[in-house]
Write a protein that binds this ligand. Structure first.
Ligand code: NAD
Length: 481
């Protein structure tokens, strides 16, 4: 069993001042695989104090120096690829190939995109030809609390730590207490990256403890959070008294609108995307809206894909899906499947309980419901498991109305070979992202949502700008530059 009861504060690994122990559970076996410490107020205060003390030096450092630090981090990240993949696979149940592939790869992808985007940041530029002595200066927001979830650990940590560093912010990372092992490897990377002490700090803890202490802390200038809408609301309220900047990446209930003229892989692609990472992605296309003339065919195809989806332990190689992250998530997903059945949706694949032949671990059956109506609980709530809801539509307007009838607005999807129709749909969907015909967003594109899916954007230039303040200076002496 791994002992990870240390925090990284002010450039050193330290013992908790006020911790209580928490077991980390391997979701494939339900066995304890590590122990961490949940910090207390004294640990939070020590980390924030270190970040505050490091801020003046780091925020006014030469941007080229910060870029060089991030280039070192990229090289170290690559050196630690195996340790990161092993840690993610163990802590949150990502099958090894997924852990080595997308889970590890997302972090590398983001770091590279930030390095490229950094060239575009204008830290000091004239307002315009009409007012050349008015300078627009971009500078760090300050001390940042970075609070991350367990579903894409390195994706979310790199999307916050790297732009914060580049912007000149100092920070305290509080990773998910459910999946803290990869964050520990990340802190080892940061230790080796030779940053000034206090620029990066990491404290483990839970939401009511370190999480709330950070969001309410008077010396924290900004919170960047990814996770549930519930926690996002709690953080916003707690941060209000100190009026800190709050950046939120929250849940989603993505619609995947499939027209009868979609390509013949559209349904399969949609189901597989919904089940990817065992359905534990905020941008998962969990509501499949199908044009009525193609509806029964689509339901049949979706059921076949679900039945062919293999489920198995994270330690194994292969294209199977792993367990859910925790007992709490298992119970939540089971309860929602039960609600789907009791509210009258037609179960066409999967259902309650574990897959056949599996009797421990948080494994669930890849599940498809047809004839879901927009008012059903499974059409409205983020399930965060491999559960797809299919419903028919008759017209474009109706598809838009159903897709937009949700408090969320993260990612929607459109499948049709009629380009003009796709573009019309993209403009009308109220979501931060729209992906059409299986195309992924390009490198450095912004990630983020509208409505209760959050605010701000992560990734690329937008991700760096989120950590910057804008200062307007009049009377800048250009001859003194
Ligand atoms: P969560 O939002 O409770 O936890 C995510 C992170 O926030 C963790 O680091 C946690 O310690 C911290 N946190 C929780 N409450 C906090 C608070 N009041 N103040 C400060 N920090 C706080 O998520 P969860 O309980 O692990 O999962 C519950 C549901 O959240 C899931 O079923 C899913 O619907 C959703 N979720 C969404 C995402 C996403 O990427 N949008 C990620 C994880 C979970």
């Amino acid at each position: 069993m791994q002992d990870k009861r240390q925090f990284y504060i002010n450039g050193a690994w330290v013992a908790p001042k006020a911790g209580t122990d928490l077991d980390v559970i391997d979701p494939s076996t339900e066995e304890v695989c590590a122990v961490i410490s949940l910090g207390g107020q004294a640990d939070t205060d020590a980390a924030v104090a270190a970040a505050k003390a490091a801020l003046p030096g780091w925020m006014h450092s030469d941007p080229a120096l910060r870029l060089a630090a991030v280039e070192r981090i990229l090289a170290l990240y690559q050196d630690h690829a195996d340790a990161l993949a092993q840690a993610m696979s163990l802590e949150m149940g990502a099958p090894m190939d997924l852990a080595r592939g997308s889970q590890y790869g997302a972090g590398e992808f983001h770091i590279r995109n930030f390095i490229r985007a950094f060239e575009q940041v204008e830290f000091n530029a004239p307002l315009g030809d009409h007012a050349p002595d008015t300078r627009i200066i971009r500078e760090a927001v300050g001390v940042c609390a970075l609070i991350t979830p367990w579903n894409w650990p390195m994706n979310q940590i790199t999307l916050k730590v790297i732009p914060a560093l580049l912007a000149g912010c100092t920070m305290v990372l509080k990773p998910s207490e459910i999946a803290p092992l990869s964050a520990h490897v990340w802190a080892e990377i940061m230790d080796k990256a030779d940053l000034p002490p206090g620029v990066f700090n990491m404290v483990n803890g839970d939401g009511p403890g370190v999480g709330s202490q950070l969001s309410g802390h008077r010396d924290v200038d900004m919170v960047s959070f990814t996770g549930s809408t519930r926690a996002g609301i709690a953080i916003s309220k707690n941060a209000a008294d100190t009026l800190k900047r709050v950046h939120l990446e929250l849940g989603g209930k993505g619609a995947n609108i499939i027209f009868a003229d979609a390509d013949d892989k559209a349904v399969k692609r949609g189901v597989q995307h919904c089940f990817q990472n065992t359905g534990q992605s905020c941008n998962a296309p969990t509501r499949m809206l199908v044009e009525r003339s193609f509806y029964e065919q689509a339901v049949e195809q979706a059921a076949e894909v679900a039945q062919a989806t293999q489920v198995g332990p994270a330690s194994q190689s292969g294209r199977h899906i792993g367990p859910l992250v925790s007992a709490a998530q298992y119970d939540k997903v089971q309860a929602l499947i039960e609600t789907g059945i009791s509210e009258g949706a037609r179960l066409v694949a999967g259902g309650l309980g574990r897959p056949e032949g599996i009797n421990r671990g948080y494994f669930v059956r890849p599940t498809v419901f047809a004839d879901v109506t927009p008012d059903m609980t499974i059409a409205r709530e983020e399930i965060f498991g491999p559960v797809l809801s299919i419903m028919p539509f008759d017209t474009e307007d109706q598809a838009i109305a159903i897709a937009n009838d949700t408090p969320y607005g993260l990612t929607n999807y459109v499948q049709s070979q009629d380009g003009a129709r796709c573009n019309r749909m993209a403009r009308q969907l109220r979501a931060g992202m729209v992906e059409m015909n299986g195309k992924s967003r390009g490198a450095g594109a912004p990630f983020g949502g509208m409505k209760q899916s959050g605010n701000g954007r992560e990734g690329g230039i937008w991700g760096i700008e989120d950590f910057l303040e804008i200062k307007a200076v009049a009377g800048w002496d250009m001859s003194a530059e």
